[in-house]
Design a protein around this ligand. Structure first.
Ligand SMILES: Nc1ncnc2c1ncn2[C@@H]1O[C@H](COP(=O)(O)OP(=O)(O)O)[C@@H](O)[C@H]1O
Ligand SMILES: [Mg+2]
Length: 258
């Protein structure tokens, strides 16, 4: 396996008033991979994710991105390094068209002021790139649709397009298929696979079928600690993993084998 680690945590700890939610996590995410963080309810996935996206400050430990210590950096700083959290910060404007949403995202990324944005040359370039992005996520035909009218799965696709507008090296996705019906899960899963082709993706995901079908590496957390790591075929058979899921309401691990 390649040693090209893009993101690493060393002894990451998060305590809430003495309660240890993340208990010394060493994580290595390899460049170009889709890496999934899974575990039963209360395992510490969201806390871990929030530490990585700088929504929370670790009690102890280090976070490194491309060998540089980013433990003390703020969300805006890591965004500049190319770490982008999807869905939350890339919320779309419901009453703009699909195309305008991507335009706005590109405009923001380029730091183009409104005044310059209106120059025809720059506008033309933005439009070209915006349409490219809509192609990537399969929304070109819906470019003129007002966002609020999109079905849920397509809205997620648009959010991915606005995230891609920032040209991230690494995308962090928090439960990208949460609350979706089967068809939308399929759509978004395929989309993640596609956009991961030339970047790294770290995702917290509850749906075991999604994880089984697209994750290269899976890290399993339980009670704040890593209990297994590897490809799906390996971790899904791991006795400690089965043990951790047993008795939890989360029966999807077994369900994925059906
Ligand atoms: N802000 C908080 N204050 C106190 N306890 C918290 C806080 N956030 C999470 N926890 C606790 O930390 C543990 C891990 O939570 P979380 O990271 O949300 O787990 P997961 O996302 O894997 O379900 C849980 O026991 C939860 O109750
Ligand atoms: Mg959670």
């Amino acid at each position: 396996m390649s040693d090209d680690v893009i993101l690493e945590t060393r002894g990451l700890v998060k305590e809430f008033k003495g309660f240890v939610a993340v208990a010394g996590v060493d994580l290595k995410v390899r460049r170009g991979q889709i890496h999934a963080l899974i575990g039963p309810n209360g395992a510490g996935k969201t806390t871990c994710f929030n530490l990585l996206t700088k929504f929370l400050i670790p009690t102890r430990g280090q976070i490194l991105f491309e060998d540089e210590d980013i433990t003390r950096e703020r969300p805006a700083q890591i965004a500049r390094r190319g770490i982008v959290r999807s869905f939350q910060i890339s919320a779309t404007f419901p009453h703009l068209t699909v195309l305008d949403n991507v335009r706005v995202a590109l405009q923001r990324q380029l730091g183009v002021s409104y005044h310059f944005w209106r120059s025809d040359r720059i506008l033309g370039r933005l439009d070209e790139r915006a349409l490219e992005l809509l192609d990537t996520v399969g929304l070109r035909d819906l470019a003129d649709t007002v966002t609020v009218e999109l079905p849920y799965g397509r809205k997620r696709a648009l959010e991915i397009a606005t995230t891609l507008a920032m040209d991230p090296k690494m995308m962090l996705l928090d439960e990208p298929t949460q609350g979706m019906g089967h068809e939308d899960v399929e759509l978004v899963t395929q989309l993640i696979r596609k956009v991961a082709a030339n970047r790294t993706v770290l995702m917290v995901e509850h749906n075991m079928n999604v994880v089984a079908s697209i994750a290269d590496t899976i890290t399993v957390l339980a009670r704040g600690a890593v209990i297994a790591e590897g490809p799906y075929a390996q971790v899904s058979r791991d006795p400690q993993v089965l043990q951790a899921y047993m008795g939890s309401e989360d029966v999807e691990l077994q369900g994925a084998h059906a």
